[in-house]
Design a binder for this molecule. Structure first.
Ligand SMILES: *[C@@H]1O[C@H](CO)[C@@H](O)[C@H](O)[C@H]1NC(C)=O
Ligand SMILES: *[C@@H]1O[C@H](CO)[C@@H](O)[C@H](O)[C@H]1NC(C)=O
Ligand SMILES: *[C@@H]1O[C@H](CO)[C@@H](O)[C@H](O)[C@H]1NC(C)=O
Length: 507
């Protein structure tokens, strides 16, 4: 679903890595692809397609057409949807709605054809004081729609689908629904659920009611889940969350894990501790990485090292998928093991070493040319007791990954360009800016930004001044760079090898 809330220009698209909650509160737009191909593993591939959604807001609101307006939300919803989309009442069916005390009400409708509902073709209308303030819908064109009477009985398609999905139909009654397809046709489908208790699979199957062919599935089982600090949060004080399926199929079409893999390694990243083979395994079947962070013990105690690898794996992948939408793709020299023939050189996932033994109170990212892995080392911070883990201060790993981004993008993938003092300073500044962009994406307010505060246990964080629009809070100007010799300080416009040198920059 694509929702624009009007606060940000449409070019400011970002991916919502949350488990879908709170869409309205987060300005960067949730942009999921409308379709992808789902490989069910046994040679069966089915397309997953959702009609394009369209969402419009009307400022102070527009009147419901008087000729239609009735007494309740149901009438108003049906009137508005049918008048906006030029459909007669028989094509729109009311689903549900509710009224809030402050005069707001919300109505939901779905599209029907000859009494048969069209799957995922829905509409929502928001009213305030009886005016419509917002309208969203994913209704589809029905000019190429199949006959509404099935020509193949459901009992004959069930065995075929059971065998394709390697499960058994459960006792939920089959229904008849239309299913919009990517080519614009709308098929009539028998819809029923197929489960396999042992394998843990549970699908809703859409089988063509005229040809018997399996058209698509809804997968009721989340593909993967991770207990992590979402990429729009800055540090663990904001709370870790269990995110379901945060991967983005258009950026990572085969998901985040290696085929048959069940640990924190995959096409875009290997997150490990000590040795590259020392990854974190799923905590339970179905790619569930649910380890509980315990702030009362050190970073390597209890499950905390697994939390660290899980967060590093999630963050690096989420970063990959987000930047992919903005053009940091295979042909633009990104970091991936298999480039699926889409250009650039493969064989270079990010290798992220957590709680790396070679240092403390810092992190770094070494960027070689396209085709060789970027190496990120994340260290433990020793400013507190117990110590803290740099991986859980999201702005730091994001800062590091942005060194990979800027070194690959500047100069065509050679990683040779950002070497002199001022260009390295630019690299540091870009890394802080991208970190801010991610961790502040849940608020439209532009307030002062401090990086690394939690892990350093210092409200001033890792830079000499906060990033600020106030010349009093941060007085640095471009001309100040003339007197500076440190890349991070230049990055602040006031700081050795693409390094996040926190300690050196604390005033
Ligand atoms: C979205 O809906 C609005 C209002 O119904 C309409 O004016 C606009 O053309 C639609 N845009 C698309 C891309 O369908
Ligand atoms: C593997 O990781 C664990 C923490 O989960 C750590 O204690 C151990 O030393 C690591 N092993 C190697 C060989 O680095
Ligand atoms: C920049 O910050 C450093 C500390 O990181 C400080 O020593 C230096 O005086 C600052 N430079 C300017 C121009 O304020």
């Amino acid at each position: 679903m694509v929702f624009f809330n009007g606060l940000f220009p449409s070019v400011f698209l970002a991916i919502l890595y949350a488990s879908n909650g709170n869409v309205a509160a987060r300005p960067p737009v949730a942009k999921y692809p409308t379709h992808h191909v789902r490989d069910l593993g046994n040679g069966v591939k089915v397309p997953i397609f959702h009609p394009q959604a369209n969402y419009t807001t009307f400022g102070e609101g527009i009147e419901v057409p008087l000729s239609f307006a009735g007494a309740g939300i149901e009438d108003n919803t049906l009137s508005f949807v049918s008048s906006q989309l030029g459909l007669d009442f028989a094509k729109v069916s009311y689903k549900s709605g509710y009224i809030r005390v402050n005069g707001e009400s919300f109505g939901y409708a779905k599209q029907v054809h000859e009494g048969v509902p069209i799957a995922n073709a829905v509409a929502n209308v928001a009213f305030k004081d009886n005016k419509v303030v917002a309208f969203g819908h994913s209704f589809v064109d029905t000019s190429k729609i199949a006959d509404s009477k099935p020509s193949v009985d459901v009992s004959t398609v069930i065995p075929k689908v059971e065998s394709a999905l390697q499960g058994k139909k459960n006792d939920i009654q089959p229904t008849l629904e239309y299913l919009a397809q990517q080519d614009g046709a709308v098929a009539l489908a028998h819809v029923f659920q197929v489960q396999n208790e042992e394998a843990g699979t549970w699908y809703e199957a859409f089988a063509d009611a005229h040809s018997g062919e399996l058209l698509s599935v809804t997968d009721f089982v989340a593909e993967a889940s991770y207990r992590v600090l979402p990429i729009y949060k800055q540090d663990p004080m904001e709370g870790l969350e269990l995110l379901l399926d945060p991967s983005l199929p258009s950026a990572s079409p085969n998901g985040w894990h290696a085929t048959n893999g069940d640990d924190t390694s995959g096409n875009n990243v290997v997150a490990y501790k000590g040795a590259e083979t020392n990854t974190t395994k799923q905590s339970s079947n179905g790619l569930i990485f649910d380890y509980t962070y315990d702030p009362s013990v050190g970073p390597s105690e209890g499950a905390n090292a697994d939390v660290s690898r899980t967060n590093a794996f999630y963050l690096t992948n989420a970063y990959h998928d987000t930047l992919y939408q903005y053009g940091f793709t295979e042909s633009a020299f990104n970091f991936q093991n298999d480039n699926s023939g889409k250009g650039g050189v493969g064989g270079d996932p990010v290798l992220i070493s957590v709680q790396d033994a070679s240092g403390f109170n810092n992190a770094d990212f070494g960027t070689p040319p396209d085709g060789q892995s970027g190496r990120c080392r994340m260290f433990i911070f020793t400013k507190t007791n117990p110590n803290r883990d740099g991986v859980l201060q999201n702005d730091i790993p994001i800062h590091e990954m942005t060194h990979g981004l800027s070194n690959r993008l500047t100069g065509g993938g050679t990683a040779r360009c950002l070497q002199n003092l001022e260009s390295r300073g630019l690299g540091e500044g870009w890394s802080d800016a991208v970190a801010e962009w991610f961790v502040r994406s849940d608020t439209p307010d532009i307030t002062d930004f401090v990086i690394g505060a939690w892990v350093l246990n210092d409200p001033r964080g890792g830079r000499s001044r906060p990033y600020s629009t106030s010349m009093t809070t941060n007085p640095y100007k471009y001309s100040d760079i003339a007197g500076m010799s440190d890349t991070h300080t230049i990055g602040e416009v006031n700081e050795s090898f693409a390094k996040y040198d926190l300690t050196d920059s604390i005033p």
